[in-house]
Design a protein around this ligand. Structure first.
Ligand code: SF4
Length: 261
């Protein structure tokens, strides 16, 4: 076993960087509506290979908007369930279609493939460009299909800070609370990408802030497969996953996962 990966316990998948939102707090910057997406069969094989070698406790799928490719999300989580990985998470903005039949069908697929923790990104920032009615319809469909679901807001400065964005976020969350959907702790916006560009007035940019997604390259706990197949120092489309794991070594610079969650 590669000693730098000895404590690995989590696999994350960026399904795609394409997104239906255009959030001003997005750490990724601007997204397109369509784009590259990870190959579902190769991703499912990666889950199997890694879970056979390491004590993986959770698998997470996110983006961009992962439900632009629900089959890929479901193939990965089916594989995770088959490998008895206990926590199977999906982070979504909940807006992938305006079609009620499609919304219902995707909720059913999510239920069937064994996702057991949906984190729904709703807040003042997402709802500037994402219509709440379709997100609510999806949340309702998930609930009806018995999928565990929580809202997952982005807070500006801190959850307790008083600013117009947090105020709107609390109003939005209350509509989900009324539906019986609880709020998790969410995350505090990190000044990178669009957040650095559009919300700089709220950050002290004179001091360097460590990303909450920073990973110690000498003791990797979570690996993240990019939509383009990037994994650790390699790429699953160009190298065997076995070789990527075997040859991994910490690079000079600390690696950051710069994705939005
Ligand atoms: S924050 Fe999430 S929903 Fe918004 S643009 Fe970025 S990836 Fe899309």
């Amino acid at each position: 076993m590669n000693r730098y990966l000895r404590n690995l316990n989590r696999i994350e998948f960026i399904i795609t960087l394409a997104c239906t939102g255009k959030c001003k707090h997005c750490s990724e910057g601007d997204h397109k509506r369509t784009g590259e997406n990870i190959n579902k069969d190769i991703a499912a094989e990666a889950v199997k290979y890694i879970a056979e070698k390491y004590n993986i406790r959770s698998v997470m799928t996110f983006g961009g908007e992962p439900l632009l490719y629900p089959e890929t999300v479901c193939t990965i989580h089916s594989s995770a369930r088959e490998m008895r990985i206990p926590q199977r998470q999906l982070i979504t903005n909940g807006f992938f279609s305006k079609n009620p039949g499609r919304i219902q069908s995707v909720a059913e697929q999510i239920a069937e493939c064994g996702v057991n923790d949906v984190l729904l990104s709703v807040d003042a920032f997402h709802q500037e460009t994402i219509p709440l009615e379709y997100v609510s319809a999806f949340a309702k469909a998930l609930k009806e299909n018995g999928v565990p679901l929580r809202t997952h807001p982005a807070w500006l400065v801190s959850p307790d800070a008083e600013n117009p964005y947090n105020k709107t976020t609390k109003e939005i969350l209350s509509t989900f609370t009324a539906m019986g959907i609880e709020t998790n702790e969410g995350n505090v916006i990190f000044p990178s990408g669009n957040a650095r560009k559009y919300l700089s007035a709220y950050f002290d940019l004179s001091n360097e802030v460590k990303s909450p997604y920073w990973e110690d390259p000498e003791d990797v706990r979570a690996v993240c497969l990019g939509a383009n197949g990037d994994l650790l120092n390699g790429n699953i489309y160009h190298s065997r996953i076995k070789d990527i794991f075997k040859s991994y070594f910490p690079r000079q610079q600390n690696e950051e996962r710069s994705t939005d969650k």
